[in-house]
Design a protein around this ligand. Sequence first.
Ligand SMILES: [Zn+2]
Length: 84
Amino acid sequence: MPKGYCVRCKKSVELKNIEYFIMKNGRYQILGVCPNCGGKVSVLTSKDKIPSGIKIKKKTGGASRRSRVKSRKSTHRKPSKSRK
Ligand SMILES: [Zn+2]
């Protein structure tokens, strides 16, 4: 199990619910949950520390996990059927 530093517990903990991400800049990140306080812990890592065959998610720029952000930029056109 990967370890990460929990800022709430102020110590390194073994992470639960681990997910691996690759970021836009090509770096790898582990996101997990602290077993003590349940807080989120993120650890920067490198590809060779990720076990092979594991699922790596792509991480886009936005930090929020909510994707319900309405685009305020394009008010001049009505986004009718422009879903991807
Ligand atoms: Zn903690």
